[in-house]
Design a protein around this ligand. Structure first.
Ligand SMILES: [Ca+2]
Ligand SMILES: [Ca+2]
Ligand SMILES: [Ca+2]
Ligand SMILES: [Ca+2]
Length: 460
């Protein structure tokens, strides 16, 4: 580093020629391996640069199936049917009484009814929270999220044409619906890109196991096939009450795998063609067998190390534990990283205090965010497999201020484009931090037992 014209100047590093870094104040920097190269971060967060190296080329060459083999960072779970894709600009999508209403950040228009379908009212299709699943997913491969609904009869899709325009719903498959025996309280249904086609396939965790229906790429779907004879309500005894199931790219080959927290933690790796490998035990901890239970112990699949491969993190009775990914989708034994916070013995209750893993600092590593009685607590990930102690950072969004889980969904999403997650909460009347005067639980047609609300990015 040297001083030039009253500015501090430094080369970016001896192995990469070219750019200089300039600042008014002395600084040091940190170089981390990023997915596509190397990331240089200054400690005060004023500057971060990513250097793309030859690594990208290698990754982009991919697996010969038309996609790339970069890790898929997105994780689907029981509480994240529509994972936020982290683009920095968010939309609020509500499935309300009259249909689907969209509010777009930065748009001149206010909230807008984009289709009079997929809603509670009879004329909007008579959709029910307790019987049907409604979500958003890209089914066409253009990066725009389409509206997908699992009704009594099967699956309907309303394709996004961009600019708040959605096509009339198209009935695509007479499967995965209430009439075929699918139940919200027993089964899970997702639309996720299982083959790196860019288009979402349907994957359902039913009675007999995991069923997959492939997206044909022409707005039709193939009849479902049993992909795994486990992870099902009957096959293996999996229920949302007792167990947890996620879709995440565990081994970093760009294909979403299945991971389930049951008697042990089981994984089933994706072959890339809509089939999956037999179950493999990847960790003993975090499981029912080690006395982890859904009604006391939140557990998450999230990248804590910044290598793009998800790790496991959970809150047991006495603190927060993590199990790091070995790189191949198996996990190190759990170790405690935060003592006596975010946990049962400290008074945290899953029915009152939502907890999230979200990147608050922009370093690609998940931090812990919890909504407690008297406000929001965070524990920042140090990046070296340790966490800072928890501290209270905000007194809003809290139990004491009457935020309750059943009525007031909270989301950790980046609304400002700086890569750092912000808090969005939908309260009785309005959406907080985004200042949207709609979607609140007390507003007509938006009560939580009748409506579904997501924060996502509808457009690439
Ligand atoms: Ca994978
Ligand atoms: Ca990781
Ligand atoms: Ca972080
Ligand atoms: Ca932000």
């Amino acid at each position: 580093m040297s001083k030039y014209n009253k500015k501090y100047v430094a080369p970016e590093g001896q192995y990469w020629g070219g750019n200089l870094v300039i600042s008014d104040t002395p600084f040091w920097w940190k170089v981390d391996k990023d997915n596509v190269g190397y990331m240089l971060t200054m400690p005060d967060g004023k500057l971060s640069l990513t250097f793309i190296t030859g690594i990208e080329e290698k990754l982009e060459k991919g697996n010969g199936q038309g996609g790339t083999s970069q890790p898929k960072k997105v994780v689907y779970g029981q509480n994240s049917l529509v994972p936020h894709n982290g683009q920095g600009k968010v939309d609020i999508i509500g499935f309300g009484a009259a249909g689907v209403v969209v509010w777009r950040q930065g748009s001149q228009t206010s909230d807008l009814l984009v289709t009079p379908n997929f809603g509670f009212n009879n004329e909007a299709g008579r959709w029910r929270v307790e019987n049907h699943v409604r979500l958003l997913a890209d089914t066409t491969g253009n990066g725009r999220l389409d509206i997908v609904g699992f009704s009594d009869a099967g699956v309907s899709i309303s394709v996004s044409k961009g600019d708040n325009i959605f096509e009339e719903p198209n009935f695509v498959l007479a499967e995965f619906g209430y009439d075929a025996g699918w139940r919200v309280e027993k089964h899970l249904r997702f639309v996720a890109d299982l083959r790196n086609t860019g288009r979402g396939d349907i994957i359902g965790f039913g009675d007999q196991g995991v069923f997959v229906s492939l997206n044909n790429g022409d707005s039709t779907f193939s009849p479902s096939k049993l992909a795994v004879a486990d992870f099902g309500y009957e096959a293996g005894g999996w229920t949302p009450d007792v167990s947890l199931r996620f879709l995440a790219d565990l081994n970093g080959n760009g294909l979403l795998d299945i991971i389930g927290f049951g008697r042990v933690v089981w994984a089933s790796f994706n072959n890339g063609d809509g089939t999956f490998q037999p179950l493999k035990s990847v960790l003993a901890d975090f499981s029912n067998g080690q006395a982890w239970y859904n009604d006391r112990h939140p557990r998450f699949v999230a990248d804590l190390t910044g290598d793009g491969k998800p790790d496991l993190i959970g809150m047991k009775d006495d603190g927060v534990y993590v199990a790091f990914n070995n790189g191949d989708g198996t996990f190190n034994a759990a170790q405690k990283v935060v003592d006596n916070e975010f946990c049962y013995s400290k008074g945290w209750r899953v029915e009152k205090h939502p907890i999230f893993i979200a990147d608050l600092t922009g370093d690609g590593r998940g931090d812990i965010v919890g909504f407690y009685d008297d406000g929001v607590y965070v524990a920042i990930n140090n990046g070296d497999k340790t966490f800072n102690p928890a501290k209270r950072v905000l007194d809003k969004f809290s139990w004491k201020e009457n935020w309750v889980i059943e009525k007031h969904p909270r989301f950790l999403v980046d609304t400002t484009g700086d890569g750092r997650a912000d808090i969005v909460g939908i309260w009785d009347s309005d959406v907080y931090t985004l200042l949207v005067e709609n979607f609140g639980d007390n507003r007509r047609g938006w009560a939580a037992d009748k409506a579904v609300k997501y924060v996502a990015s509808l457009y690439p």
